[in-house]
Design a protein around this ligand. Structure first.
Ligand code: PHE
Length: 343
């Protein structure tokens, strides 16, 4: 067939093509306007047209293209108006919507965020690490070798047949992770969940949360630690808050201490939480044991540091008057909803 006849034939086809909906509109677009359309094919045939007819050919194909485009644009508007009409038919756009209830943060997240925030303000950087750990990072590097009695202090969940073989029992495992991968000065704050195989009751659970802090640099002293912790206590519990440090023991710090904050004995809940003493135990701390620095490849003759681990559940329970730790992990919406206006 002569190429000019073909153009005429296509013009007839375009004219006759019935577009009656979105589907046929798309078929039309592909057939005549798409990148592999029949009109494109015809353009490609210009090489075979004798020179004296090339001009005429060009005009005709362009006209064909315009014809297809115009037809497409014309139906396009009416079809999309039509489909819009269909989808809104019978819908009352002025009707009030159902209210969307806002979510809220979990009380544990609120307290953890608050603590990390307080330390960020004095230059601590957030570090997060795995909850499934190996023995070395959780215990050995932290100066608690195998058969060390202190391993019994923390009843561990082990995972069979794996080198990554336990659920971390404290966020102190983040200390060894960071120390082995970063050069001092180190100043991190590490919030996270930890696990211990303990009987679940109103006061203890097999999972809970800690925020770990670690500061390593040249000439870091116990006084630096004490002042930093006092700053923390006053930001967290109020500007007048008093603290006390009691001597304690942890394998990875020497000397070690536990820090209490003074809640007083005036209110019923303060008395209950402090067992009548007025002092609430909030964290364990101490100077990083030189063995730990050595294990993690940091020279203990050049560097020193302090570390602390803050328990979250007890503070959250004190702040929000929660009387049973199990509520924290049950995710009962009636419990969680009470925190939805807090951040
Ligand atoms: N890891 C200790 C615990 O879980 C807390 C701690 C952290 C103590 C850092 C000293 C230094 O009880």
């Amino acid at each position: 067939m002569d190429i000019f006849d073909k153009i005429d034939q296509l013009a007839g086809e375009i004219d006759a093509f019935v577009i009656d909906g979105a589907e046929t509109m798309e078929q039309f677009r592909i057939k005549y306007l798409g990148s592999k359309s029949e009109i494109k094919d015809i353009f490609g045939e210009i090489k075979q047209v004798p020179n004296d007819q090339k001009k005429d050919f060009g005009l005709k194909v362009n006209a064909l293209k315009t014809q297809a485009e115009e037809k497409f644009d014309a139906v396009k508007e009416s079809i999309s108006a039509q489909s819009a009409k269909v989808s809104y038919a019978g819908v009352d756009l002025t009707a009030p919507t159902e209210s969307i209830s806002l979510g809220g943060r979990h009380p544990i997240s609120i307290v953890m965020n608050r603590i990390t925030d307080i330390f960020s303000r004095i230059g601590f950087v957030v570090a997060e690490e795995r909850e499934v750990e190996d023995d070395w990072h959780n215990f050995t590097a932290m100066n608690t070798p195998e058969n060390h009695p202190a391993r019994d202090m923390q009843d561990t969940f082990y995972i069979k047949d794996s080198t990554i073989n336990l659920l971390r029992t404290h966020t102190s495992s983040v200390q060894s992770r960071v120390m082995t991968s970063t050069k001092p000065p180190i100043r991190i704050i590490a919030p996270g969940r930890v696990y211990r195989n303990e009987t679940i009751s109103a006061r203890s659970h097999c999972q809970f949360h800690q925020v770990e802090g670690l500061y390593i640099d040249k000439k870091v002293s116990f006084a630096d630690m004490k002042q930093t912790l006092l700053y923390f206590a006053r930001e967290m519990y109020g500007a007048q808050t008093d603290i006390r440090l009691r001597p304690s023991f942890f394998p990875f710090t020497e000397p070690s201490a536990e820090m209490d904050v003074w809640l007083g004995t005036e209110t019923e809940s303060a008395r209950r939480l402090t067992k009548g003493t007025g002092w609430l135990e909030v964290l364990g701390c101490g100077m990083v044991d030189p063995n730990v620095l050595q294990n993690c490849g940091i020279d203990p003759y050049e560097y020193s540091g302090y570390a602390f681990g803050i328990g979250i559940e007890r503070s959250a329970m004190q702040m929000y008057n929660i009387n049973d730790i199990r509520l924290i992990f049950e995710n009962d919406v009636r419990f969680l909803k009470q925190f939805s206006s807090l951040i």
